[in-house]
Design a protein around this ligand. Structure first.
Ligand SMILES: Nc1nc2c(ncn2[C@@H]2O[C@H](COP(=O)(O)OP(=O)(O)OP(=O)(O)O)[C@@H](O)[C@H]2O)c(=O)[nH]1
Ligand SMILES: [Mg+2]
Length: 304
């Protein structure tokens, strides 16, 4: 199965939750009236699009009605598809790379969001593009976290820099940046721990890692990717708001879009947080991560 088909399949539940409900609504109403609009609003909110984004979409719909772009309930689906594609297409989403020397990607996010798995998939992705990849085990909180990264390193042919469990994450990052420079590595990906319960520590830790990396390679990290679990819906948006206080986030990786009904959260992240979704994960396999493509996403969501 190709990635688009996987995406489509992964979005099945979100589609049921959003697009199919809109379709039912359209069939149920002969005319657009306030009841219809109320139900539409509820449908959007229930699909984890978010309250603010729903407001934005509803305003657009009312404007569309006034301007006679929407005349019947049937006009609604293509209108919304277009509006949502426009939200998703807004902004620069490409991954930043270093002009020379290693490109450094710092990967952050709460426990279990999918950081380490995403790093493994990113490693495979860059390897496939002919790049040399190094992974840094700066999640020193658990020994198992280091082992897990090593397995991904072996599986994808990437070198792994690690220290002992409990050592200073910034020291791991420092060694990794040094090694990546010395060995002419193209892409260095740094794993971090995600313990939100110790928020202030986490912030200090991330700040220190950032400082150390930036000192060794000006402009690094080139990307700070926040990994969010799509199955948490609106909670993912609250997490993103918290993390912006700890580190300047350049993009979001949205994982576990397969099998969740909350895929609408992509729209909320983009419109509410103005944070580009740069990668999406649709499964646990090494090939189940791809750069986010707004048109493909809108198509997979609305074209069934
Ligand atoms: N279905 C699905 N599962 C995923 C996806 N991405 C990650 N996972 C799973 O989510 C679980 C947690 O992933 P990890 O990569 O270990 O998460 P983490 O953020 O590194 O977690 P900590 O190291 O504990 O902070 C694993 O079982 C992964 O296989 C995805 O896109 N789809
Ligand atoms: Mg991990």
């Amino acid at each position: 199965m190709g990635f688009f088909d996987k995406l489509k399949k992964g979005l099945n539940k979100t589609r049921e939750n959003l697009t199919n409900k809109i379709e039912k609504l359209v069939i149920g109403y002969a005319d657009i009236d306030e009841d219809f609009l109320d139900e539409l609003e509820e449908t959007l909110i229930m699909a984890d699009v978010g309250v603010q984004t729903t407001d934005k979409l509803m305003q657009a719909v009312r404007k569309g009605i006034k301007k006679k772009e929407i005349n019947t309930p049937e006009d609604l689906k293509p209108f919304l598809a277009k509006e949502i594609a426009a939200i998703l297409n807004n902004g620069e989403d490409t991954t930043r790379v270093a002009a020379e020397g290693p490109t450094v990607l710092l990967v952050i996010g709460v426990n279990g969001a999918g950081k380490t798995t995403t790093i493994g998939k990113l490693s495979a992705y860059y390897k496939e593009q002919g790049k040399s990849v190094m992974l840094a085990a700066a999640d020193t909180f658990r020994a198992a976290a280091i082992d897990q990264l090593e397995v991904w390193g072996q599986r994808t042919g990437a070198q792994v820099i690690k220290h002992e469990e409990g050592s200073d994450p910034a020291a791991v990052a420092f060694d990794a940046v040094k090694a990546a420079k010395a060995r002419g590595i193209d892409v260095l990906i740094i794993d971090t721990a995600g313990r939100l319960q110790t928020k202030s520590n986490l912030m200090q830790e991330l700040e220190k890692i950032n400082r150390v990396i930036g000192r060794e390679i000006p402009g690094a990290p080139h990307e700070t990717l926040l990994v969010l679990d799509a199955t948490t819906g609106q909670n993912a948006i609250s997490q993103a708001e918290l993390f912006t206080k700890a580190a300047p986030i350049s993009g979001v990786v949205l994982t576990k879009l397969d099998g969740t009904a909350k895929g609408g959260v992509v729209i909320g992240i983009k419109s509410q947080l103005s944070m580009p979704v740069k990668w999406i994960g649709v499964g646990e396999g090494v090939e189940d991560l791809r750069p986010f493509n707004a048109d493909d996403f809108a198509k997979a969501l609305f074209e069934g």
